[in-house]
Design a protein around this ligand. Structure first.
Ligand code: CLF
Ligand code: SF4
Length: 493
C-alpha cells in the first residue's frame, strides 16, 4: 500500500496547504491492529494515548505509520508456525526479516525513516525473535531512540515468557504499548502449538512447557495492566487447534485488563519450512476468521486491521517501505530533523476533524436507508481514509460491512499482484482478485476500466468509481443509500 502523503510531496517544501491537497488525492493504506473507537467513544486520557498509534486505533491507521527494527533475533520458545529466516525479503509474515540490526544501526535507521516518513509515530520491536528475551538489545535501542526522538511511541511485542522480568524497566522507559501473543489459556491446547520453551536455564517440553508459558503470560499481563500499560493480545487462529478456544482466551485476557484482542489467521505454507507448514496444517478462511472474531465480540475490543507485519516493516500498515531503508542505503551519520513530522501532524489534526464530521454525515445517510441488507463493500485506498486508489493499482482491499446500522470495518483482502501491470490489465490477476473478494458485493475505487468492471460484474461484484476521493464512510453510505432497494448482491444476511 502506498503512503498517504507521498514522499515526493513531503520532501518538497512542506507547506501545510500542499500536504492538505496531497491528503485528498493520494493516500496511506488503511488497515491495522486496534480499537475501532474514536475520540467520541473512549475516555479522553485513553484516546490521547492511542490516537497516533496505527495498531491500537483503527482510525489512526489511516494516518500514522509504524516501523519495526529487527534487533532481537534470539527467542526462548518454539512455535509450530514459526521458522525465523533472515534472507527472504519477499515474505511478509511475523518473524521474517531481511537484515538484523545492532542498536546503533537501529538508531540510524529510525532517524533516517523519521526524516523521510512524516507519518511515523511508533517504533516497535517485534523480533525477529523475542524482544523481551533478547532484552539487552531491545532496551539499548529504545533508550537510544527515545533520547533522539522523544515524542516517538515505543511499542513492544513478546511471547510473554520473559516479560515479567522486564515490566519495571518498560515502565521506566515509558513504553506504553505492549503486545503479548497468547494463543491459549489451556496448556493441553498449548502443547499442540509449542514443542518446547527455554526457561530457568533449561528446556521444557509438552504440557509442562505450555503450563509455564501460560502462567508467565498471565502474570506479565496482570503486571502490565496494574501499571496502566495498554496491552494488546495477539492470537493466531489455528483451525482445529484453538478456533473454538479463542473466545475463552478473550474472556481470560479481558478479566486481566487487556485493551485489545487481535485474532490473526495462521499463515501456513510448506515453503516456509514451519512445522505447521510441513504437516499440512491449514490457515483459516476469511469466513472462519470473521466467525471467530464475531464469537469474541462483547469481550475485549477486537482489532481487525492487523497486517501481520514483518519484524522490519516500515510505513503505514499494509505498506512496507523497508526496502527503501536497508543498511546499505543509510547515511553513515544522520541527524534528526523534526520539521516534517511536525508539519504533518498539524495538517492531520484538521483532516481528522473533517473525517469525524464526514462519518457523522454517513451515519445520518444510513439512518434514512431503512433496509435489512448487509453487504460487504471493498474499497481501494492509498490512505487518508479516502477512496483514492485506482482498481488496477490495488494490492489490497479494505472491506467494510454496510448496513442501515452503520459502516463497519471488518478486515482486508490481499492480492498477490495488482491488476494493472505496465499499463495493461492481467486477466490471470483479475481471476485471483475475484477469488480474494469472495463474499464481497461491491468494490468502490478511484478509477476502473470497462473491461475489469465487466468481468467483476460477471462474477457478481459491482465495481464503481462514482465515489472517487470521498471519505470511505461517505462513499459506502452513499452507495448503500442509493442501492438498498435493488436486488441484493452478495448479501451476507
Ligand atoms: Fe509493531 Fe505490534 Fe507495536 Fe504495531 S505491529 S509491535 S502493535 S507497532 Fe500492528 Fe503489525 Fe499487526 Fe502487530 S499491524 S503485526 S498488530
Ligand atoms: Fe517465532 Fe515469535 Fe514464536 Fe519465537 S515467539 S518461535 S520468534 S513466532
Amino acid at each position: 500500500m502506498a503512503s498517504f502523503v507521498s514522499l515526493e510531496t513531503l520532501t518538497a517544501p512542506t507547506s501545510a496547504d500542499a500536504m492538505r491537497e496531497a491528503l485528498k488525492s493520494s493516500g496511506c493504506k488503511s488497515s491495522s491492529c486496534g480499537a475501532s473507537g474514536g475520540p467520541g467513544d473512549l475516555p479522553p486520557e485513553v484516546w490521547n494515548r492511542i490516537k497516533d498509534h496505527p495498531c491500537y486505533s483503527e482510525e489512526a491507521h489511516h494516518y500514522f505509520a509504524r516501523m519495526h527494527v529487527a534487533v532481537a533475533p534470539a527467542c526462548n520458545i518454539q512455535c509450530n508456525y514459526c521458522n525465523r529466516k533472515y534472507d527472504c525479503a519477499n515474505e511478509s509474515r511475523p518473524g521474517v526479516v531481511s537484515e538484523k540490526l545492532t542498536p546503533e544501526q537501529a538508531l540510524r535507521k529510525v532517524i533516517a525513516v523519521a526524516n523521510e516518513v512524516p507519518q511515523l509515530s511508533v517504533l516497535g520491536i517485534a523480533g525477529p525473535g523475542d524482544a523481551c528475551y533478547d532484552w539487552r538489545k531491545t532496551k539499548a535501542t529504545f533508550q537510544a531512540v527515545a533520547k533522539e526522538i522523544p515524542d516517538i511511541k515505543l511499542c513492544i511485542s513478546t511471547n510473554g515468557l520473559a516479560l515479567p522480568d522486564h515490566v519495571d524497566e518498560l515502565v521506566e522507559m515509558n513504553v506504553d504499548h505492549v503486545t503479548i501473543t497468547i494463543n491459549m489459556v489451556d496448556p493441553m491446547i498449548g502443547a499442540k502449538i509449542y514443542p518446547w520453551i527455554y526457561f530457568g536455564n533449561r528446556r521444557h517440553t509438552g504440557l509442562v512447557a505450555s503450563q509455564i508459558l501460560h502462567e508467565r503470560q498471565m502474570l506479565g499481563l496482570e503486571m502490565l495492566t496494574e501499571r496502566g500499560i495498554l496491552v494488546k493480545v495477539n492470537s493466531v487462529l489455528i483451525p482445529g487447534i484453538n478456533d473454538h478456544h479463542l473466545a475463552e482466551v478473550n474472556a481470560a485476557v479481558k478479566a486481566r485488563g487487556a485493551f485489545l484482542h487481535n485474532i490473526m489467521p495462521l499463515i501456513s505454507d510448506p515453503a516456509h519450512g514451519t512445522c505447521f507448514g510441513l504437516t499440512g496444517q491449514r490457515g483459516p478462511t476469511h469466513a472462519e476468521l470473521m466467525a471467530v472474531q464475531d464469537a469474541c465480540s462483547g469481550g475485549v475490543n477486537l482489532m481487525r486491521h492487523c497486517r501481520q507485519c514483518r519484524a522490519d516493516a516500515v510505513g503505514l500498515l499494509g505498506e512496507d517501505r523497508g526496502q527503501e531503508f536497508t543498511l546499505d542505503q543509510l547515511p553513515e551519520t544522520v541527524t534528526y530533523d523534526p520539521a516534517k513530522r511536525a508539519a504533518y501532524r498539524e495538517v492531520i489534526a484538521a483532516e481528522r476533524d473533517d473525517h469525524v464530521a464526514a462519518k457523522a454525515d454517513a451515519g445520518r445517510t444510513l439512518d434514512a436507508a431503512a433496509s435489512d441488507a448487509r453487504v460487504l463493500v471493498a474499497v481501494t485506498t492509498r490512505g487518508g481514509a479516502r477512496v483514492n486508489q485506482h482498481f488496477g493499482h490495488a494490492k489490497e482491499f479494505q472491506v467494510y460491512e454496510a448496513s442501515s446500522a452503520g459502516v463497519r470495518f471488518v478486515g482486508h483482502r490481499k492480492v498477490e499482484n495488482a491488476y494493472c501491470q505496465d499499463g495493461f490489465g492481467e486477466d490471470a490477476t483479475l481471476d485471483s482478485t475475484i477469488r480474494a473478494l469472495d463474499g464481497v458485493g461491491v468494490v468502490l475505487c478511484a478509477k476502473i476500466g470497462e473491461c475489469p468492471q465487466e468481468q467483476l460484474s460477471a462474477a457478481g461484484i459491482v465495481a464503481t468509481d462514482a465515489y472517487a476521493y470521498d471519505y470511505i464512510e461517505t462513499a459506502v453510505s452513499a452507495w448503500y443509500a442509493a442501492e438498498y432497494g435493488r436486488p441484493a448482491t452478495a448479501m451476507i444476511a
